[in-house]
Design a protein around this ligand. Sequence first.
Ligand SMILES: [Fe+2]
Length: 437
Amino acid sequence: MTDNDALRERIAGELSAARDRTSYLTTAVDEADLVRQHSPLMSPLVWDLAHVANQEELWLLREVGGLTPIHPEIDPLYDAFEHPRSKRPTLPLLAPGEARGYGHEVRGRVMDLLEKTRFDGTRLTDGGFAFGMIAQHEQQHDETMLATHQLRVGPPVLSAPPPPALLDAVTLPAEVFVPGGPFTMGTSTEPWALDNERPAHVVDVPPFYLDTTPVTNAAYAAFIADGGYDDPRWWTADGWAHRQRAGLEAPLFWRWEGEWVRVSFGVALPIIPNEPVLHVSWYEADAYARWAGRRLPTEAEWEKAARHDPVSGRSRRYPWGDFDPTPEVANLGQRHLRPALAGSYPLGAAPSGARQLIGDVWEWTSSDFLPYPGFTAWPYKEYSEVFFGPEYKVLRGGAFGVSPVACRGTFRNWDYPIRRQIFAGFRTARSASLETA
Ligand SMILES: [Fe+2]
């Protein structure tokens, strides 16, 4: 098998894995549920269904293949920048059957194109980039659709086995030490990395300590019990104003019934104490960290703890090494519909000893979403560039709802500091020396 054949096979596998997940998430509910808007924060599921097909047509059939548009008249309906999510239910969207048919037609033509594509000569096809971008895009919408499912009210329709049981977490230290010094952040070599992960560049990071695992429900419940939501000392001014305005008292999907209960995909159960906390905003994560006498890690600290190998001095692709994620090292890909207990996945530990940096819960960092030195927008400005600035905070590491194809040690996610419907938790850090505190 040539390298091109192997790449072709990988692309076909990733595209079909994404479509399998899309199908699962959109056949789990009836047609009325597909067209309904479950939250003003989210599109109706039927929008996502046709949008992934439309993007696949735009980038693969039209840009790579040079083919004539199938349905150019629907392009504006599925342009995420033309219509905010809250307005999408009012658009004349394709009906579920039409959206599925469109997706099927596009995919059939993409498979023909894939057979003929040479993976060199143009920047879009080098290393199969555009195909990888589209597989990631569909999986990112599968994550978004999973969040829509979590917001949906009604009898449960999704199920999955629990994450694997935990072995040695009780013996773990609370924090790990990451020595100071330079490391390589970002990538210039990962073929399917997106523009905001590029280029690789050296960053000098002072020594710091990082929580070994994400913050747990029990630890977060202690913050609530200690009056954390009622004490403005722990909150930034913006965070406190938002906490007051939005009436925040606990993570999204938590409710008090004599004990804390969490609703997960339609099932209400008492919180699991040593499970990572989920569905907290950046403001809440930041307030918790201050209450704990700590702070959120910067994005550079997070990536150094996840990728820097002090023995070789190089940055790994993932905490565990250079091989792609497997079920033994990380909770990714919607195999489980909740995070694994804090301390799980010893085989996925970073050289620093930190666990679960990849998978389980997205982790808020203290950093604004900004371009790396030498950034160039690719393949379009709206991918990242229009979002750069202080309004967005960076999240790292992916979550149980994220596909391995859309998760790397260098992958950057971003969102508003008020957002809670995403699968986000966090861990805390502290500087190792007074000079850098
Ligand atoms: Fe999209």
